[in-house]
Design a protein around this ligand. Structure first.
Ligand code: CA
Length: 221
């Protein structure tokens, strides 16, 4: 059975979504503000998060950034009252999987939820091999192939490469990369991320990872 977290402060809307989902056999929980949404998403095993942008405390986008920053991969569908293209762009950059503008019919939401859950379980099944253009990471053997050539990467470089390959096209800040690859105790003023990105470019191809000025790095798709 799929467990869905609904982060929505308007109780009328939260109840509407919850009622619909329960009648389709989902288990649900509601978080009414940004803080509890973040905690609940990190602490319990939900299969999907429905995330309102306009939450008390922080915005839904900040919640999403925080979750992705902590390595939380659950699928997220953003809800917003504003049909704002900028929200949409920002939402996808922050790691949203889909997007729905209020008001919506429950069936629209259900279709998206089902699509996301299906994608996610497919991904989880073939996540043993990650591929971008001519570069393949085998997560089981921890071997890297560039074209037909197999190369060895030291553990830290492999983990950094894996982090990029798990978020293709997404900008990852130095802080996020430090956090995920080196652990949060690392000195944030260090340039180690830049040095290691340099190693990966040398070994995997110079145009694989691009610099996004003032923001971080991104695996080019
Ligand atoms: Ca709201």
């Amino acid at each position: 059975m799929n467990r869905i977290l609904i982060a929505e402060d308007e109780s009328r809307i939260a109840a509407f979504i919850e009622k619909g989902l329960r009648s389709h056999g989902f288990t649900t929980a509601i978080a009414g503000d940004a803080e509890s949404a973040t905690q609940m998403a990190l602490d319990s095993a939900f299969d999907l998060l429905i995330l309102d942008i306009g939450l008390p405390g922080k915005s839904g986008l900040e919640v999403l950034e925080e979750l992705r920053g902590q390595g939380e991969k659950l699928p997220v569908i953003i809800l917003t009252a504003r049909d704002d293209i900028q929200d949409k762009v920002t939402g996808f950059e922050a790691g949203a999987d889909d997007y729905l503008t209020k008001p919506f019919r429950f069936e629209e939401l259900l279709v998206r939820i089902k699509a996301r859950l299906r994608n996610h379980s497919n991904q989880a099944a073939d996540e043993i091999v990650l591929k971008m253009r001519s570069v393949t990471l085998d997560l089981r053997s921890r071997k890297v192939k560039v074209g037909t050539e197999t190369i060895e990467l030291p553990a830290r470089e492999f983990t950094l490469a894996e982090t990029f390959f798990r978020h293709p096209g997404q900008v990852l800040s130095r802080e996020q990369l430090l956090d995920r690859v080196w652990g949060y105790n690392y000195d944030p003023g260090s340039n180690i991320v830049d040095v290691y990105v340099g190693y990966l470019r040398k070994k995997l191809g110079s145009d694989l990872i691009e610099t996004v000025r003032g923001m971080g790095y991104r695996l080019k798709v």
